[in-house]
Ligand binder design. Structure first.
Ligand SMILES: Nc1ncnc2c1ncn2[C@@H]1O[C@H](COP(=O)(O)OP(=O)(O)OP(=O)(O)O)[C@@H](O)[C@H]1O
Length: 612
């Protein structure tokens, strides 16, 4: 998914994977040498690191601050222990019962909470409050919850005792691991989970989760079912928290409701912040650092001041290292690498090569079928007293570009949003290729062949230009190599082949417009909607854009919402005028220019008319 990396960048990338591997080898190497008590305590730091990493998945990567990770952790711990208490005797080994149960329990409880959060589209603050409330609810309930399940006794405030320790061996004589072996086991389990998660998050799944964090709406406009991805990510994180909970229960042989407490819940984001959000391994650094520091302070090095000093250290770390320890190290390292965004200065002007676009269109036709018409039948959308789309019936077909014009506030953008599914119509229908998509979610409309570019350029600023294009292409092909091929083709057409690794945020407004248009083309759409695509472009760029739209319109349905009359004129297509949300007139631009009624509503006075 990376585009022509330099050697220095390759080394930088490989440190990201080799450093955690070295840390694991060192941890295993010293596991037998540690003082048993330190090994016992350090096992807990690693378990907390695993819990922190689960939060980093949903927060650092997914952009959702959940205070519910300890809820999934606690539930995983309780249920994993109930199963382990009842079934460990059958096998000797306790972990094969506790860990899968903890994972399933964490994932299922995360599925319930995640469904509420993502499918009800709660905002970020509500999400944090909801997850926090869920944890507090469990804390309260668990204090008076008493039940006996087989041999397991959940005793409310008194907790649950007799939880089997970490037993790896099988058979009747299998015994719980000693602290040093327990530390090594926890390290191995956490490392396996960490590297598996890392692999997942460095592939397409992680890329989509990153895109959702940066701009959820755009990710959906690329055809990704963002709620499904968010829910899956939340469930994976819930499963990991559940495993961490089951490990914790086996570590302590005892659980009580304090596992759901506020203090526990608030420590997890601190591990992530200290280590570096979004890094996955940062949570382990945070938990080991905080755990190690409190161990050292509590051990009498600076007696009496432990909490105060720990608190101060945390404040200093969080305030001065905004991106955490790993984030700071990464920034330091990047200073020694050549600035990859410098190449932005040598981007060539876009030159549309008709034969390249025609090839792309021919490939698109093979992959995605013939172009599709777009039709609205009596479509209406109101916001209170404002009716930006009022009983509009229009049909757009391939052959010539279609433009929708009208004065400010005429409802052009709203009409486009109704067509895309961003504003589901209150009444009337939207048909794509004859199929009713009035109430289809945006991602489904895109999957059915709609490509949309909104008024403001929407690019994923933290990703490279190539990654932006690749993500769009992958949405349709679901094939990494094919996506590479399409993204490279469009990259070259945009004159950005040498700049594939430049971050999209480094591009100028006009260049971002082009990148956004390129992303739409990567979707191989059968119907294209552009909202003011020429905004922010130079005259030369606008000319190339007009050229592109005319070529596209021969083989696809293209609808352009525009303010710029000169640009509309160059498109040489059909023009529809909207006024106060309703259809007003239709024809070619020459005819409309001669229509006094249009000029009156569009320009207000005739003096202006002659100037266009
Ligand atoms: N989500 C919304 N909630 C409330 N009112 C809205 C919403 N979206 C659009 N409107 C209103 O609908 C009317 C039409 O807006 P719209 O942006 O569609 O017009 P436009 O023709 O695209 O205007 P412009 O050329 O200035 O972009 C405006 O009065 C706007 O305030």
């Amino acid at each position: 998914m990376k585009h022509n990396l330099t050697t220095a960048e390759k080394i930088h990338g490989s440190i990201g994977i080799s450093a955690p591997a070295i840390a694991v080898v060192i941890a295993l190497g010293i596991s037998g040498l540690l003082d048993p008590y330190l090994a016992y305590v350090a096992s807990l730091w690693v378990i907390y690191g695993l819990l922190g990493m689960s939060l980093d998945l949903v927060w650092g990567r997914g952009g959702v601050l959940s205070l519910g990770q300890t809820a999934f952790y606690g539930l995983g711990g309780y249920f994993g222990s109930v199963v382990a208490i009842n079934f460990s005797d059958l096998t000797g080994n306790s972990l094969i019962w506790a860990l899968p149960t903890g994972a399933v329990c964490g994932a299922l409880s995360a599925a319930v909470i995640g469904y509420l959060i993502f499918y009800a589209r709660t905002g970020p603050l509500q999400t944090t409050i909801l997850t926090y409330t869920f944890t507090i609810l469990l804390w309260t309930l668990s204090q008076s919850f008493k039940i006996t399940i087989g041999e397991a006794k959940i005793g409310g405030d008194n907790g649950m005792a007799n939880i089997p320790g970490m037993i790896l061996a099988f058979g009747k004589d299998a015994a719980a691991l000693e602290p040093n072996a327990m530390f090594a086991t926890v390290v191995v389990i956490s490392a396996v989970i960490y590297f598996a998660v890392r692999m997942l998050m460095s592939g397409p799944f992680g890329r989509v989760i990153d895109c959702i964090r940066i701009d959820g709406e755009k990710t959906e406009l690329l055809g990704y079912d963002i709620r499904k991805y968010q829910l899956q990510n939340f469930m994976i994180a819930g499963a990991i928290a559940g495993i961490a909970g089951a490990l914790f229960a086996a570590w302590s042989n005892y659980l009580n409701p304090s596992i759901f407490s506020v203090q526990e819940a608030l420590m997890v984001p601190i591990y992530v912040l200290v280590g570096g959000a979004g890094t996955l391994s940062g949570a382990f650094i945070g938990s080991v650092l905080i755990g190690g520091l409190s161990f050292w302070l509590g051990g009498g090095a600076i007696s009496g001041q432990t909490t105060l000093i720990l608190g101060l250290v945390l404040i200093v770390l969080v305030v001065f290292l905004k991106n955490g320890i790993l984030g700071a190290l990464n920034s330091l390292w990047l200073r020694f690498l050549p600035d990859r965004n410098r190449a932005v200065n040598s981007i060539k002007p876009v030159t549309i090569d008709a034969s390249v676009v025609e090839n792309i269109l021919a490939d698109a036709e093979i992959a995605a079928g013939p172009p599709k018409s777009l039709e609205t039948k009596n479509a209406t959308k109101a916001f209170g007293g404002v009716i930006p789309v009022n009983n509009v019936s229009l049909k757009f077909e391939p052959g010539l570009p279609h433009s929708v014009i009208g004065p400010n506030g005429a409802g052009k953008s709203s009409f486009l949003k109704v067509c895309v599914g961003m504003y589901p119509p209150d009444s009337g229908d939207v048909l794509l290729g004859g199929e009713n998509v009035s109430h289809s979610p945006i991602f489904q409309c895109v999957a059915k062949g709609l490509g949309v570019k909104n008024q403001k350029p929407q690019v994923f600023g933290e990703l490279s230009i190539f990654e932006n294009l690749w993500t769009a292409a992958f949405s349709m092909t679901r094939d990494k190599n094919k996506a590479n091929q399409i993204a490279n083709q469009i990259l070259t057409m945009l004159g950005m082949h040498e700049q594939g690794n430049v971050e999209a945020s480094a591009l100028s407004h006009g260049q971002q417009q082009w990148l956004d248009i390129g992303m739409v083309l990567c979707l191989t759409p059968r119907t294209i909607l552009f909202d003011e695509p020429a905004a922010g472009m130079t005259n030369e760029e606008t000319r190339e854009l007009s050229h592109l739209v005319r070529i596209l319109a021969k083989k696809t349905t293209v609808l352009v919402v525009e303010h710029d009359m000169e640009f509309v004129r160059t498109l040489e297509g059909m023009v529809t005028v909207l006024h106060q949300g309703a259809f007003f007139a239709k024809g070619d631009i020459v005819k409309l220019r001669a229509d006094d009624r249009v000029l009156d509503i569009y320009l207000g006075r005739r003096a202006h008319v002659q100037s266009i």
